[in-house]
Design a protein around this ligand. Sequence first.
Ligand code: FAD
Length: 481
Amino acid sequence: MRAMREQGGGPAAAVYWFDGDPRWRPPEQVTPLTAQVEADVCIVGGGFTGLWSALHIKRLAPQAEVVLLEREFCGAGAAGRNGGWVNGFEGDLPTLVERFGEEAAVWLVGASSDGLDDIGRTVAEGGIDCSYALNGGLSVATCEAHLGHWGDLIPVSRRLGLGDHFRMLSAEEARAVSGCPQATGALETRHVGSVQPALLARGLRRLAIEAGVKVYEMSPMTRFSRTRPAIVETTGGTVVADRVVLGMASWLAGVPELRRTLFIIPANVLATERCSERLDAIGWQQGRPFADARTTVHYGQRTYDDRMVFGRGGGRLGFAGSIIPQHFHDEREALEIAGDLSGMIPAMRGVGIRWRWAGPVDRAQHGMPWVGSLGKQGNIHYAAGYSGNGVGPSHFIGRTLASLALGIEDEYATHPLVSEPPTWLPMEPVRYVGALAVRRAIKRCEDAEAAGREPDYVSRQLRKAIGVSMPKGVQVRRSRP
Ligand SMILES: Cc1cc2nc3c(=O)[nH]c(=O)nc-3n(C[C@H](O)[C@H](O)[C@H](O)COP(=O)(O)OP(=O)(O)OC[C@H]3O[C@@H](n4cnc5c(N)ncnc54)[C@H](O)[C@@H]3O)c2cc1C
C-alpha cells in the first residue's frame, strides 16, 4: 500500500503519521478490560492529555495505582492525527493578561514553555524517535490586514520581560523563509517547533506502561458514576477508582454537563510526496513549522523524510457537539486545502498529494483550554477546549490534572485555567445556525482582507460573535456516559 502511494495516484484517505512513516507500528499487544479492577486514579482517553496525566501522576506518586482506558488505541484521536505544531501559551499572552492579570499570565506562559523542555527531556531519555525539535515557528501575514493580528503581543511581551520569545520579520524576510510571495511580514516565535505526533503518542504509551500504568485499549467507557469511589464502566469491564481524569477531548461534548461548552469542528491535513528540492527552495526547515494568520489557520511542517504536511482549521460542524464521519475524512475540504496550498505557496504547485485526513477539534468559545471538575464529590476532573492547540499545552494540562487527581494543592492545582466552564454556548439549534453564520462571516472577512478590501459591516460584526457567551441557564440532566 505504501509503495502504491509513492508511485502516484490520488491521495489515500489515511493518516500519513500512521500509514506513511515506517517508524510507526501499531501496538504489538492491545489489552482490553474484561474484568473489575480497582485503582487510585482511572484515566479515560489515551491521547496526549491522558498519557501526560498518567506519566505525571507516576512521577509524583510512583505507588499510585493508575488505570488508563482508551476506546481504540493510544493516539487514535487528535493526538495522532494533528499537524505537529508544538507551542506553549506564549502567543496567547495578551488574552491571558486581559483575563487573569499580568502575574498569572507570565506564570502560565513560563510553565507551558518549560513543559516543552520537559517534553524534549522525556523524548530524549525515553528514546522516543519522533522528530521532536524546537527550531522556532513562523506565523506569516499573507495580507496587510493580517499584520495587525499580533496587535498587542510584541509590546505586551516586551513590557513583561518576555520579548525574547518573539521576533518580527520584514516582508522580504518572511517571503524568503515561507515561500509565500504575498507575505507582508511574519512573527517568529523562538521556543516552539514540531513533532511526529503519532510517534510521540506511541512513545508516551510505552513509558506509561513501563512506569506501571495499566493501559486497557479497545475499552470504551460507556458510563461513569459521580460517586466516590467512582464506578467507570466499559463494554467489557469496570474500574472502581477514587479519582477519575477524563482526557477525552472532543468526546467530552457527549458528557451532559459539558454539552454546552464545546463546538466540535474538524481540522484537515494533507501530506505530499517527498519534495526536498521544493522545500529547500521555499526555505522550510525541519522543526520550524509554518502557519498563516487566519482564524481558519493554515499550518504545516517539513517532515523528517522531506514531505510537506499542510493543514487547515475548520470544516463541517457537529450538531449538538456530535462527532461525524467528516471529522475524520472529508474529500471536499482536502481538495480546497490543496488549492489553498498552490495559491499560497506557488512553488508547491503540481506536487503530489499522497495522504489526506482529518480529526475532531474541541473548540472552546474563547479558544483556550480549561480544567474542571464534575460531580459533588470533587473527584472527577477533566480538561477541555484546546481549540486546535494542544500538542504542547497537553503536557502542562496533564501536570495540572495530576495535581488535582492526587489532591496536591500546588501552583498547578490553583492556576486560573482551573475553573468552571468559562463560557456557555446557546442551546441547539441556535448554536449550530449561529456558528455557521459566524464561520461564513469569518471566511468572507478573511477573503476580503486577502484581496485588499475592507470586509462588509455585517460580516465584521458577526466575526466578533466568536467570543460571545450565554448564561448557563437551566441545569442539564446527569445521565450517561
Ligand atoms: C487535524 C488536527 C490538527 C491539529 N493540529 C494541531 C497542531 O498542529 N498543533 C497543536 O498543538 N494541536 C493541534 N491539534 C489539536 C491537538 O491534536 C489536540 O489538542 C491534542 O492532541 C489534545 O489531545 P487529547 O489527548 O486531549 O485529545 P485526543 O488525542 O483526541 O484524545 C482523546 C482520546 O480519548 C479517547 N476516548 C474518547 N471517548 C472515549 C471513551 N468513551 N472511552 C475511552 N476512550 C475514549 C479517544 O479515542 C482519544 O484517543 C490538531 C487537531 C487535529 C484534529
